[in-house]
Structure formats: C-alpha cells, structure tokens
Write a protein that binds this ligand. Structure first.
Ligand code: F7E
Length: 349
C-alpha cells in the first residue's frame, strides 16, 4: 500500500514493486487535476489498484487498513513543497505530522504486523548542527514543513519502541527526476531551459537563493532504499543521500550545459544574472519573490549506514541526473510541438 501514489516517488516505487511481483494498492486524493499523469507516463496505471484517500480522514485510513491488512505500507503522501508550508502551516502540520499518527494508530489497531515506511526528510536537519548529516545528527528544522515532519519522524520511532510496530524512517535528502513537480527548483530549471532552447519562451528563468546547497540524487535509486529498509530483520532509521553537495547556481550551469548554453555569471545578490556566452542573452535572473522566510543553506548527507547495512548505493550521478532531466523536458516539448504541427497541417494552416 502506497500513499502519495500520484507523486514522483509513488510512481517510481510502484513500478519498482510491480516489477518484483507485488500487488500494489495506490492511495490518492480525489479531485486533484491531472492526477494520474505520472502513472500513465510510467505505463503502470492499469496495474495498480486505486483507492480514494485523505490523510486527515481517520475513518477512511482505518477502513483501508482493515480491508487490505497490507504487508508493507509506504507513507509518501504529504504537503511536500517547503515554500508553501509558510502559506499553509496548519494544513501542513496536520497532514505531514498528525496524518502519520492516524496511520500508525490504524496499523496498531487493525494490522500490527504491517511494516511501515515513513518518508522522513533532510529538511529536519535545517540549520545543520554537523557536516555531513547522519542518523545521529541533532535536528533543527527551519520551516513548518520541517517541524511537521519532525513530529512524524519521532512518533514513528516512538511507535516502533512503544508497540513493536515495524516502523522504518528514511531520512531522504533531495531526490529528483524527470517526474519531479515543476514547483521544485531542479525541474523548474530544466523545464524553463528546455523552453528557452526551443524558443518557446524568451524571458529568463527567475530564481530565488542561488547559494543554497543541496545533496541531489535520482528518485529511482531512493525508492530502492525505501524497499530495502522494510526487508531487514529489524526496523530502523537510515539516511539516503549521495554525500555530494552543489549550489543551485551549479545545477543551473550543469543543466544549461546539457542544453547547449554556456553560462557566465555577473553581478551580486539580487542583481546577479546568468548570461549565455555565445548569444549574450540573459538566461537566469534573481527574483526575491522566491526567497524563503528562513532558509536551509546547506545539506549534505552521510549515507554510510545505508551502504553498510542495506547494501544501498546510488547508481545515477549528479551530472547524469541534470542531463536526464533536461533531455526529457526537451523531448516532451518537441513531441508537443510535433503534435501541434501535425494538427496544423491537417487543418491546412
Ligand atoms: O528548493 C532554492 C530554495 O523547493 C531547493 C522537497 O522534496 O527536498 C525538497 O525540499 C532549494 C531551496 O526543495 C528557487 O530556496 C532557489 O534552498 O527544490 P526545492 P527543498 O525545499 O530542498 C526535501 C528533502 C523535502 O523533503 C521536500 O519535500 O532551492 N531555490 N530558487 C528555489 N526553490 C524553488 N522551489 N524555486 C525557486 O525558484
């Protein structure tokens, strides 16, 4: 059973489990627009049993757990956009924090043998107390999202220790892919660069803090780590990360290179711009609208425990990730363009 089946990680995990012969029950929120596009792109929509689900509706969680008594339950549902958590702090706290307690209560009551995976996050490290961050690093969240996830993390550990629930927490550092939502910085960058390359837009990409550093891996590698955690003899907490960190500016540069742009940076702070050396065109500029009230400046995780105990290792490098994301966005726009041209030719225009 997977909550958040329509999101980036839900799609990759469902595909991974189906390939292993699992029966997958996907829980989704009714009413969202274009809900199943990622599952369609993975080609697995017809292979998943779908159920309506709302994290804040305890009765509905109880009913589903009672009905299926799943062997494994992956909780990937959340209000996961950090910036939005300052606009919707109460909803974020309820869904990302309390929602997890609802699931744990339902498991404890109706299916105590279910193995539970909680999507904990590097956002809990926030203003980092140690470099690199590992399982034992003290937490210091910097957003309502990070605070809500911290409650969810500790309540999962507590249910493991109090009631013997097989609850695992994966402290996952940023993980991206061509399926990432466009509100997150990596996909926002690759999507806009693809449009610039194909001349579908002229205006530069507008970003916030270019100095923040993130430890970016590919989501495909990370879902394997989630599964490995639930295959161990004992439940535990693990960091999944690459151990490398790069500033946002560097991701822009790398993705731009894969698009054929050669960016040089000029100016400082809110006046900084990125210009294409060959055409002199401004590709990137800063817009303070995208700054956050409190920033997580640096994340870099130490994945040694997952490597040693789970035998987990990321396979896709940072450079490959940037390239794959840009190439996929270019392909998507090219195929939309060729569909459009086809329609125009048919219409005789
Ligand atoms: O921001 C900076 C921004 O929104 C990354 C979620 O999956 O990973 C994700 O959270 C950085 C921040 O991801 C823009 O200020 C600059 O420093 O891609 P993001 P996130 O906040 O790190 C963690 C592990 C999670 O758990 C979350 O659910 O990029 N940044 N300019 C920008 N960010 C965005 N979104 N848009 C900008 O224009």
């Amino acid at each position: 059973m997977i909550t958040g089946i329509t999101g980036q990680d839900g799609g990759y995990l469902a595909k991974f489990l189906l390939d292993k012969g699992y029966r997958v029950i996907g829980l989704y929120r009714r009413g969202a627009t274009d809900t199943f596009s990622k599952l369609k792109e993975h080609g697995i929509l017809d292979k998943i049993e779908l159920e309506d689900f709302e994290l804040l509706e305890f009765s509905n969680i109880c009913r589903l757990i009672k009905k299926y008594k799943p062997d494994e339950f992956y909780n990937l549902a959340a209000q996961s956009f950090v910036a939005a958590s300052w606009q919707e702090p109460i909803y974020t706290a309820q869904a990302d924090g309390m929602g997890v307690l609802y699931i744990l209560e339902a498991i404890r009551e109706f299916s105590p043998k279910t193995k539970f995976y909680q999507a904990s996050t590097s956002e809990m490290f926030g203003k980092v107390q140690e470099i690199p961050q590992k399982e034992t690093t003290p937490f210091y969240p910097r957003s309502p999202y990070g605070c809500a996830k911290l409650f969810a993390h500790w309540i999962s550990v507590n249910y493991r220790e109090s009631f013997g629930i097989f609850a695992c927490c994966g402290i996952l550092f940023n993980h991206e892919s061509p399926m990432r939502g466009k509100e997150f910085v990596t996909r926002k960058i690759t999507d806009h660069l693809a449009k610039l390359k194909l001349n579908l837009v002229q205006k530069p990409l507008e970003l916030g803090n270019l100095n923040a550093k993130r430890d970016w891996g590919h989501a495909l590698d990370y879902v394997e780590g989630m599964w490995l955690m639930l295959q161990q003899e004992k439940p535990d907490t693990y960091v999944l990360s690459t151990g490398e960190t790069h500033p946002i500016r560097d991701f822009v540069q790398e993705a731009a290179r894969a698009c054929g742009f050669d960016i040089i940076w000029q100016g400082d702070g809110i006046d900084e711009i990125g210009i294409d050396r060959n055409t002199n065109k401004t590709i990137v500029k800063v817009n303070p609208k995208f700054f956050r009230p409190a920033e997580v400046e640096l994340l870099v995780g130490d994945p040694s425990k997952a490597q040693e105990i789970l035998g987990w290792k990321r396979k896709i490098s940072y450079k490959e990730l940037c390239r794959l994301m840009v190439e996929e966005d270019i392909k998507r726009y090219e195929s939309k363009l060729s569909d459009y041209m086809g329609v125009m030719v048919e219409a005789g225009k």
